[in-house]
Design a protein around this ligand. Structure first.
Ligand code: SAM
Length: 312
């Protein structure tokens, strides 16, 4: 893909409404609530000895702002200007903008940063997966600039391949059917059509399972060259594969989690009920964290495979 991944990401994530939409995710989808709550819990448990952090693909600041609120000086790095603008607006509102350095850049080039520049290096909700075919090199670079700890989440192969047999999977996680969010409305209005048009294709499931790729490389490049805004081809990792990559780069004490593994067993009506009761919601998210951290389910979260490790 040469530097196509970077160019495609840049065009896609720089669409003007991206910042606004991403900032609302946790008001619209329960799987996003579970995933972000899991990451938040992990981060807050891992702040000992951390005074600087690099957030790669930091989006609208869900985690860079959280850490800034806890006194960490954060470099908020993202390929999208609309995301950075939204993050800056939220950081200013929350009074922590002076602790955050906003940088527009691509994860494919971290040469501006010296080895061991940041106590903690993080990258959540799949930015690394969007850098295919450079994902392994990007992980190496993220490890290189980390001093103590690295935490990130990438697209999960075991978690995502079920989408190919269940095109209405996201419907299970809609929190508010009356939301104005265009994706929510698309999920609801196209549900019957998706069921009607569905047929199980062993070939495409096996292909995604074996290659880890969702999206066709040549078709995506052609669409980009025609001036369209295609979704980036994403690389989906297996846990053991990711563990080997991290070990190769010298990361130790590696642990995994699969946020969403528990929630995906529960139908929408029950999830909505739990989310709308504050006590049940808090207890549920706490238990999800416990269950989803079990190594036997870690690959089977929803879209994201979470990993953390120490730099020796
Ligand atoms: C789904 S959002 C996640 C945002 C944030 N990390 C979170 O968890 O809420 C993915 C982010 O990755 C950024 N991104 C995608 N490809 C990138 C690349 N090659 N380099 C830097 N950022 C990238 C996008 O602009 C977007 O803000």
């Amino acid at each position: 893909m040469d530097n196509y991944s970077e160019k495609i990401s840049e065009r896609m994530w720089n669409q003007p409404d991206k910042g606004e939409l991403e900032a609302e995710r946790e008001k619209t989808f329960i799987d996003d609530i579970v995933q972000k709550a899991h990451i938040e819990r992990e981060l807050l448990q891992s702040l000992d000895g951390i005074s600087t952090a690099f957030d790669g693909g930091a989006g609208c600041g869900r985690f860079s702002i959280l850490l800034a609120k806890h006194g960490v000086r954060v470099t908020h790095f993202d390929i999208s200007q609309p995301m950075i603008n939204k993050a800056r607006e939220i950081a200013e509102r929350e009074g922590v903008a002076d602790r955050i350095t906003f940088v527009k850049g691509a994860l494919e080039d971290l040469s501006a940063y010296a080895d061991r520049s940041f106590d903690l290096v993080m990258s959540f909700d799949s930015p690394i997966s969007y850098t295919y075919p450079n994902h392994e090199k990007v992980i190496g670079e993220l490890v290189r600039i980390a001093k103590k700890r690295i935490m990130f989440s990438v697209s999960s192969r075991l978690g995502s391949v079920p989408y190919l047999s269940n095109p209405i999977q996201k419907n299970q996680f809609i929190l508010d059917k009356n939301s104005k969010d265009s994706w929510v409305q698309w999920c609801l209005s196209s549900r019957e059509q998706m069921i009607e048009g569905f047929s199980f294709s062993k070939e495409s499931v096996v292909k995604a399972y074996e290659t880890g790729l969702l999206g066709d490389v040549e078709e995506t490049k052609e669409a980009y060259d025609r001036g369209e805004v295609p979704w980036c081809v994403t690389y989906h990792f297996m846990p053991d594969e990711l563990e080997n990559i991290l070990k190769k780069y010298g990361v130790n004490n590696i642990t995994f989690a699969g946020p969403g593994a528990y929630a995906r067993t529960i139908p929408n009506e029950i999830l909505v009920k739990i989310m709308n009761d504050q006590k049940q919601r808090e207890d549920f998210l706490e238990f999800c964290h416990m269950y989803d951290s079990n190594p036997y389910v870690c690959g089977m979260g929803k879209d994201n495979l979470f990993v953390k490790g120490e730099r020796g």
